[in-house]
Ligand binder design. Sequence first.
Ligand SMILES: [Zn+2]
Length: 175
Amino acid sequence: MSVRIVIDSLDFVRNAGERHGKIPISEFKRLHSLLFDHGGELSFYVAGQYDENERPGLYLEIQGNMQLNCQRCLDKLSYHVDIQTFLLLAKNETELSQHDDDDISDAILAAPELDIVSLIEDEVMLDLSISVRHPDNECSMHSPAPNKNHLIDQAKNKHPFAALASLKKQIEPKE
Ligand SMILES: [Zn+2]
């Protein structure tokens, strides 16, 4: 059974509408190929609002944890979604391209049947497009570039006295 949340977008703004809820991550079909497992859910809040120039839009908040595949080592990667955004509602394609030109605000096409689940999925996809992989020091596929410290460590290990010291330790009888 799939979750469907549909609003008449401009009407929603006129009525200062508000919706909130939780959507199982398994509902986001387009995310499936990125997921390590389909568990968990995302909570959302959407409100119809006007911006400072009296233009209608949707304020959207999305939060939750997802288990993704690291794009480098393919192992599990816990990802925390925390999105707050305001999307202007364009009345038609012309208005939409105008909004896209001023890149201060994001815009979507106003629809009498706007699918909120799909909108949330869009925003999460955008959020993920930056880079889904472990930080260098946590990724199993990352081989650190040789740096100064690394060389010093190696030198230390090869130091004859260091080797002697560890040998002495082994020979010393345990008490
Ligand atoms: Zn990784």
